[in-house]
Design a protein around this ligand. Structure first.
Ligand code: NDP
Length: 419
């Protein structure tokens, strides 16, 4: 029996909410709250006839801490699932602390306004000290550790697929397959085709900021930063085939380097088609990916926000996307003194995802882990006071839940390694 407040009602939230409604014994009551209440009402009307989960809706601007506090006080949830945007992570964490409620999200904090001088000064110091220049990092949310500990509350960070399941795979490898892990390569392959020359599979602003940034990886205790898309490999993915993939900075590298300290190297690769890369490069060259406002005919316009308005809504890709995703981790390390390799991954079919929850596989592979993470918190399997990432919890019940709710794992003990 639990009451959950979900903030956000976009592509990922819609899948998570669909899946919560398949587990009504745990998710007895849900409130869907977002900036645009009409979207919440529409989803509630679609799901309510076929679930015993009692769904209500609300309007909230989660940039405003007081609005979130008022909503939490009115609804009194056991858990707040933040599936809005990374920009709202801190305001929602503040509201959870003020009201004494557990918290979870799917992406770590980054500010909407990267020109904010106060944020910029801290960011530039971090770039110099840490050695990577992504706008997002864990320091902002890790700064809440003591507050959550003292309040006896749990905050679970980044519980989508990557970050999220990829860290559970690392915890699983550490628990069951290795004594020590030497290297981790996280491989994110989207073999789906939506038929558009250019579209992003999740929020365009967040997605384009991520992939147009310099890449980086962790090696021998420090970050190595490289120009965007400058390290390319080809890999033959199970059930997808050969794809080009590029080394990116990704948030889970930061927490894994901390929590699996013996690891010598952690890299993250994502596949991109040539058309996507050509469009992105061109948009970047003409300034369309900029987050700084420009004056246009007497109005201030943020180029990347304008671009978002022109691009297809990721939620609209569902009915047109064919093919599969394949996301997982390849490990090298030692067990009982012997060298060993291991690959654990999930394959998800875009069309099957759409048939089940009317979303493509990118939202599906993020929304299902968000629901399973919430389930771990609500059933007491992952509760400890403080702020944690997924690899800090027992992976077994989480991976069992993923198996049951649509994201089974595949394994190989003789994988082809990435050079
Ligand atoms: P969408 O843009 O589809 O949805 C975002 C939702 O948040 C919308 O409903 C939007 O409302 C709402 N929202 C935005 N700002 C506010 C606000 N100030 N107050 C209240 N609601 C707000 O994004 P996605 O569903 O694609 O992504 C959701 C999250 O999942 C993001 O944080 C993304 O980074 C993360 N993600 C994580 C992945 C992982 O594997 N870990 C993979 C993919 C995504 P409105 O409708 O009014 O715009």
């Amino acid at each position: 029996m639990s009451k959950v407040l979900v903030i956000g009602c976009g592509g990922v939230a819609s899948v998570a909410i669909h899946k919560c409604c398949q587990a009504s014994d745990i998710f007895t009551e849900l409130c869907i709250a977002s900036r645009t209440k009409a979207k919440c009402d529409q989803l509630a009307a679609k799901l309510s006839p076929n679930t015993s989960t009692k769904i209500t809706t609300a309007q909230v601007d989660a940039d405003d801490v007081q609005q979130v506090i008022d909503l939490i006080n009115a609804y009194k949830p056991d858990l707040v699932m933040n599936i809005a945007l990374p920009y709202q992570d801190l305001t929602i964490m503040d509201a959870c602390l003020a009201c004494g409620v557990n918290y979870m999200d799917t992406a770590n904090y980054e500010p909407e306004d990267t020109d904010d001088p106060e944020w910029r000064a801290i960011y530039e110091k971090r770039c110099k000290e840490a050695g990577f220049s992504a706008y997002f990092d864990y320091s902002w949310q890790w700064a809440y550790r003591k507050k959550f500990e003292e309040a006896g509350l749990t905050a679970l960070l980044g519980c989508g697929f990557d970050p999220g399941v990829t860290q559970a795979y690392c915890a699983y490898a550490k628990k069951h397959e290795f004594d020590t892990i030497d290297t981790i390569d996280i491989l994110d392959c989207n073999g789906g085709d939506h038929g558009y020359a250019f579209a992003t599979n999740f929020n365009p602003e967040v997605n384009l900021r991520e992939v147009s940034a310099p890449g980086s990886y962790w090696e021998d205790g420090h970050w190595v930063e490289i120009p965007a898309m400058s390290i390319k490999r080809e890999y033959d993915f199970d059930q997808v085939g050969h794809k080009d993939m590029y080394l990116l900075h990704h948030e889970e590298i930061e927490s894994l380097a901390l929590n699996i300290p013996e690891v010598k190297r952690i890299r993250f690769f994502m596949t991109f088609g040539q058309s996507y890369l050509d469009h992105m490069r061109c948009l970047e060259n003409v300034g369309m990916l900029s987050t700084s406002p420009v004056e246009f005919e007497g109005q201030q316009i943020v180029p990347i926000k304008f671009l978002k308005a022109l691009l297809p809504d990721p939620a609209s890709l569902g009915p047109r996307t064919k093919g599969k995703t394949n996301i997982g981790c390849i490990f090298t390390g030692k067990k009982d003194g012997k060298d060993k390799t291991y690959y654990i991954y999930n394959v998800c079919d875009h069309e099957e995802s759409y048939r089940e929850v009317e979303s493509q596989a990118i939202s599906y592979t993020t929304g299902v882990p968000a629901m399973c993470g919430a389930m771990m918190l609500l059933t007491g399997k992952w509760n400890k006071p403080g702020v944690y990432t997924v690899e800090e919890f027992d992976p077994d019940p989480f991976l069992d839940a993923l198996e049951k709710y649509g994201l089974p794992r595949n394994e190989s003990h003789e994988p082809v390694l990435v050079d």
